[in-house]
Design a protein around this ligand. Structure first.
Ligand SMILES: Cc1cc2nc3c(=O)[nH]c(=O)nc-3n(C[C@H](O)[C@H](O)[C@H](O)COP(=O)(O)OP(=O)(O)OC[C@H]3O[C@@H](n4cnc5c(N)ncnc54)[C@H](O)[C@@H]3O)c2cc1C
Length: 504
């Protein structure tokens, strides 16, 4: 399948990765290091996918992720290349890691220091410090087992788990127990429970539906802390892109794949508007559902009905806002949990509707990083989780901006509506047009028990031998650390089947 004049690297195998989000970049690095000739085709002008960044009026806005958790996952990724994250970006540990706002005068800032976290827990609930110690001990074990045994499995079949007695281990570690029951075993106070349960909201379902396996996120948030790459989250993406370039990966931006050519059990080429790219192996690192729509129907792993039946993670209504003047009381991460989440959760997961009385999140990175806002100004990012697939109109967006702004102003104790010097919204229609996101989802599939491990959309295409999928819609799931891991798994899976495609 080589074209005349094209150069081969050691393996003689050319791989095309479609999509330059974290998963695509991660897979590309793994493959290039092992001697594959890797080209990445990216639809947008910038790499990073949901973790893109843009600049306007002197403000630097990260467009998606803002929580840098599980730093060890990123570090171990760079270590595979004898590098460190610090070779590419400067991480700072946030203190407090974040604050939860339960009401005007009721906040819960989470200290960076674990000893201080213990004192805080004890102040809120007698005996909670000891139970936190137990939680962290169990969390550490889960983290180690998950990272060394579960998370990096391709999850093609149940036998991967049975083979190494992992199911027994999973049972013993309570990995499959509902998350809320698991937390309730340790803590009674509703604030402590909210603090322990909120990270799973990133996993796109109610704590009742999420297996306790994901308590490794809380473990990481409490034990490893919440971090921030100076210059914004995109610095981390640039780190991945720089590493890829050092390894010889070619990244072509503004190169949307519009069609996939197949022959028998192989993809032969992918087509962009102006070019045809041939290769031996292909990795679909764009949204899984979208990539499948580029294939002939008979070559897809899943039908439209299958996707209809999936539980998607929420979408989000986002606002990127620049404010003239500094804002009191806000920390870097602020969770407005000052309303009852039961109804909001019901309107996200059970009966999709624009929320009646939503909870939301405000990120203010200019509290940590002066480079993301002009001097004396504040950079704000509002995020309100909503059900995917809702009708998205400019009027609705504004209604909710007004609501979030009023509550933020009330908390800060100052009015700043008149000092907003920049504002842009981003919602379902943008997720669809920018990323081809199914129903405009933000974080892919929810990590419910029924959509975990072997029950996720499979990495391998059943009908095409030279196609794998990676990213937040397949294993291990949504979030930046899982996206990195997903790329590593996909890269290694190509290597397992490479012999068939080695042409030297
Ligand atoms: C608002 C928001 C907040 C988040 N917050 C956090 C957080 O704080 N912490 C955290 O860990 N995670 C967070 N996440 C989740 C995290 O950002 C994602 O899980 C992760 O970045 C997904 O990476 P990916 O590579 O799977 O997908 P993507 O980043 O979506 O990458 C897929 C790429 O494929 C490209 N593509 C699509 N179609 C085509 C095509 N036809 N041809 C070529 N290219 C194509 C897209 O343009 C995109 O660049 C957040 C996500 C969002 C949206």
């Amino acid at each position: 399948m080589m074209q005349a004049g094209e150069t081969r690297t050691q393996t003689g195998v050319k791989v095309i990765v479609v999509g330059a989000g974290l998963a695509g970049l991660s897979a590309a690095c793994i493959l290039a290091r092992d001697g594959y000739h890797v080209q990445v085709l990216e639809k947008n002008e910038q790499v990073g996918g949901r973790a893109r960044q843009y600049t306007a009026e002197g403000f630097v806005f990260d467009m998606g992720p803002s929580w840098y958790w599980m730093p060890s996952v990123f570090e171990s990724f760079f270590n595979r290349f004898e590098k460190s994250a610090s070779d590419y970006y400067d991480l700072v540990k946030l203190d407090p890691g974040f604050q939860i706002i339960f009401g005007q005068d009721e906040t819960l800032p989470l200290p960076a220091d674990v000893r201080e976290i213990h004192s805080l827990f004890e102040q809120i609930e007698r005996g909670a410090s000891g139970r936190l110690a137990e939680f962290l001990k169990a969390g550490k074990r889960k983290y180690e087992v998950s990272m060394s045994e579960f998370i990096y499995l391709p999850a093609h079949s149940i036998f991967e788990f049975a083979k190494i007695n992992l199911l027994r281990e999973a049972w013993q570690l309570d990995l499959l127990k509902p998350f809320d029951k698991y937390v309730a075993r340790y803590f009674k106070d509703p604030k402590l429970r909210a603090l322990m349960e909120f990270p799973v909201l990133f996993l796109g379902a109610k704590p009742r539906q999420i297996p306790a396996l994901y308590s490794i996120m809380n473990y990481s948030a409490l034990a490893e802390g919440t971090w921030y790459p100076m210059g914004g989250m995109h610095q981390m993406i640039e780190g991945f892109a720089s590493l890829a370039a050092e390894l010889g990966v070619e990244i072509l931006t503004s190169s949307e794949v519009k069609n996939v050519r197949t022959e028998g059990r192989d993809i032969t080429a992918v087509e962009t508007e102006n070019n045809v790219f041939e290769a031996d192996f292909f990795i679909g690192a764009a949204d899984y559902h979208h990539f499948e729509t580029l294939l002939p129907e008979s070559k897809r792993n899943y039908s439209e009905q299958y996707w209809e039946r999936r539980t998607m993670s929420p979408s989000s209504l986002l606002f990127y806002v620049g404010v003239d003047g500094k804002l009191p009381r806000l920390e870097h991460h602020n969770l407005f949990f000052d309303t009852d989440f039961t109804l909001h959760a019901h309107e996200i997961y059970d009966e999709p509707a624009w929320p009646t009385d939503p909870q939301f999140y405000v990120c203010c990175p200019s509290k940590t990083d002066p480079s993301v806002a002009p001097a004396g100004k504040e950079n704000l990012f509002f995020l309100m989780p909503i059900a995917p697939g809702l009708e998205d109109t400019p009027e609705t967006r504004e209604t909710y901006f007004d609501l979030m702004l009023k509550r933020t102003e009330a908390f800060c104790g100052v009015s700043f509506r008149d000092r907003i010097v920049y504002k842009r919204s981003y919602c379902i229609l943008d997720f669809e047009s920018d990323y081809h996101a199914y129903k405009g989802n933000a974080y892919g599939l929810a990590n419910t028990l029924r959509q975990t491990a072997i029950l996720k959309p499979k990495m391998k295409n059943r009908h095409l031998d030279n196609l794998l999928y990676t990213g937040q819609l397949t294993v291990p799931g949504p979030g930046m650390p899982p996206a990195v891991i997903s790329g590593v798994i996909a890269g290694k899976e190509v290597q397992k089947i490479k012999s068939k495609y080695t042409t030297v």
